[in-house]
Design a protein around this ligand. Structure first.
Ligand code: 13P
Length: 246
């Protein structure tokens, strides 16, 4: 399966910064792309970066969407609006949305469904927190989040899953290879039962150029979701080149 390397800029960046960021990133694509590369900037930057990224063959994604198409939802953005801006992907259920905005897997499911209706690929994020892992509940937690977050109509073509253990996000403490292997094996089995073969499963949490290759070498890892390191085009591109087929 072709790797997907996705950068989640979270709440970072002004117009000027994003222009520079995208220029530095697209310069690197002159000889082609090593794998599928996706950038998810904040909503305010989507329209500015859409053109240059598209010209370079880099995919554009958003970080969240509302489950309705329109209406009185102040501050929210519909999946159809994101598609209109040129997005092909949208993250749903990121742990920061689940914790800071109290989003449940039920909410995430509705958002994923809206993404599908708008023709977007939903990247559904799941992951246990440190207490759940310590209590030996990591597998139960992720299995439940996965089953509850996946909408009817999800397929390998319109859905990507990202396992992002909460304890590994932004901590510098990436999951180690045996833990990633065990969780990805487990989630692939779950996905096989729920959706069949071929669903991409990404790992996210403190990925950087020093650990990206060993993570991508794990057979069940189909790509990476990168926060902090995606804010530096040099580091992000270095990780993307590790996504090239052997
Ligand atoms: P970091 O790579 O900064 O740990 O963030 C991971 C993440 O949350 C990507 O969505």
């Amino acid at each position: 399966m072709r790797s997907l390397i996705a950068g989640n800029w979270k709440m970072h960046g002004t117009l000027a910064w994003a222009g520079d960021q995208v220029r530095r990133l697209t310069e690197k694509t002159r000889d082609g792309l090593p794998c599928d590369v996706l950038v998810c900037p904040p909503a305010t930057l989507l329209s500015t970066v859409a053109g240059p990224l598209r010209d370079a063959g880099i995919l554009l994604g958003a970080q969240d969407c509302h489950h309705e198409t329109r209406g009185a939802f102040t501050g929210d953005i519909a999946a159809t609006m994101l598609a209109d801006l040129g997005c092909s992907h949208v993250l749903v259920g990121h742990s920061e949305r689940r914790s800071f905005h109290r989003e449940s897997s039920h909410d995430v499911r509705k958002k994923a469904m809206a993404a599908h209706r708008a023709g977007l690929v939903a990247i559904i994020c799941i992951g246990e927190d440190r207490n759940e892992r310590r209590a030996g509940k990591a597998f139960d937690t992720t299995a439940e989040q996965l089953a509850r977050s996946l909408p009817a109509g999800a397929t390998a073509a319109n859905t990507v899953i990202a396992w992002e253990p909460v304890w590994a996000i932004g901590t510098g403490d990436s999951a180690n290879v045996p833990d990633v292997l065990a969780m990805h094996r487990f989630l692939k089995q779950q996905l096989m039962t729920l959706l069949g073969d071929g669903v991409r499963l990404l790992y996210g949490g403190s990925v950087n150029p020093s650990n990206s290759r060993e993570l991508l070498d794990i057979e069940q890892v189909d790509g990476l979701l990168i926060g902090g390191a995606s804010l530096d085009p040099e580091r992000f591109w270095q990780i993307a080149t590790d996504g090239a087929p052997d």
